[in-house]
Ligand binder design. Structure first.
Ligand code: NDP
Length: 316
């Protein structure tokens, strides 16, 4: 029988490329957890995914209610869950003013971190299902840009969660700041901060649940997929120059297809079942266990982030 994987944001870019690899393998049923149902259906058809190997289910990560409804719908499908991939993200590098989720959180951290934080926590119940003996994994897509131990991570504005005072205040700009560290709104920084949250969450889940449940927790940097919709809100000159810059200057460029193969490996490859790892790839030797920046591997911060996030999404 086929294993089941949920992929958020599978309607474009990395998520779609990964869904395609897994659906084509015939070994997976892919639940495409997407905010735009029609777009996701069309995307799946346009890349030729076999229709018996996927289901689109509505999930808008910028609404905690929608996340809960998605979990209910998934449970009603009766499929045992093997792997969850938290992939969806928004990036608002040119925004002058913050935008907000349905629950009033700054949009990038609210979607990329808090929506996935709630989803992953709720689905831990499903992924531990006893009849399910396959290797079970929770994968949260990270990024080099949140890692200040890299060149890319040192392009300003740098990620910095500070003491989380803005997040603890609710990220609503009324009672506190819209930024996690309590600073002024900066869309590019909010995205990088959200990616640090993703990487911290993966490690905190590993510490809290791996031994008890046997579930594997992993994050990854799939390479610079300079052509995806992630850059849709960037200046058009940037969108023109970024792919060749990544291809010929930094050489960090990967195609959407290649990035999809990488993430699909983290989902299904028996050799990538180690928990607590942040995977990266180099062109010569393939995948390797990469190191995270000091902030993205700070266990104290991960714990604090967990406790604050639990309160914000209503789990504590
Ligand atoms: P895309 O913009 O192509 O894909 C993002 C996906 O997230 C889309 O399917 C989008 O849906 C979905 N999404 C956005 N908001 C929501 C929401 N509120 N609810 C549900 N889904 C939502 O970008 P990428 O494929 O590049 O990004 C995928 C992941 O890869 C992200 O986590 C990103 O941080 C990461 N990444 C990307 C890199 C790159 O170079 N591109 C590098 C490193 C990491 P819709 O189709 O409806 O817009």
């Amino acid at each position: 029988t086929k294993s089941t994987v949920i992929i958020t944001g599978a309607s474009s870019g990395l998520g779609l490329a990964t869904a395609k690899v897994l659906a084509d393998s015939g070994e997976w049923h892919v639940i495409m957890a997407c905010r735009d149902f029609l777009k996701a259906e069309r995307a799946a058809k346009s890349v030729g995914m076999p229709k018996e190997n996927y289901t689109v289910m509505h999930c808008d990560l910028s609404s905690l209610n929608s996340v809960k409804q998605f979990v209910d719908n998934f449970r009603r499908s009766g499929r045992p869950l093997d792997v969850l991939v938290c992939n969806a993200a928004v990036y608002l590098p040119t925004a002058k003013e913050p935008r907000y989720t349905a629950d009033g959180f700054e949009l990038s951290v609210g979607t990329n971190h808090l929506g996935h934080f709630l989803l992953a926590n709720l689905l831990m119940e499903d992924i531990q299902h006893k009849e399910n003996n396959n290797s079970r994994r929770v994968i949260i897509v990270g990024s080099i840009t949140g890692n200040t131990n890299t060149v890319a991570g040192n392009v300003p504005p740098k990620a910095n969660l500070g003491d989380l005072r803005g997040l603890a205040g609710g990220l609503d700009g009324v009672r506190s700041s819209v930024m996690i560290d309590g600073g002024e709104f900066d869309g590019a920084k909010a995205y990088k901060d959200s990616k640090v949250c993703n990487m911290l969450t993966m490690q905190e889940m590993h510490r809290r649940f791996h031994e008890k449940t046997g579930v594997t927790f992993a994050s990854l940097y799939p390479g610079c997929i300079a052509t995806t919709g992630l850059f849709r809100e960037h200046y058009s000159l940037f969108r023109t120059l970024f792919p060749p810059f990544q291809k010929y200057i930094t050489k960090g460029y990967v195609s959407e297809e290649e990035s999809g193969r990488r993430l699909a490996q983290v989902v299904s490859d028996p050799s990538m079942n180690k928990s607590g790892v942040y995977w990266s790839w180099n062109n010569q030797s393939g995948s390797f266990e990469n190191e995270l920046s000091q902030e993205a591997s700070d266990a104290e911060k991960a714990k604090k982030l967990w406790e604050v996030s639990e309160k914000l999404v209503g789990l504590a």
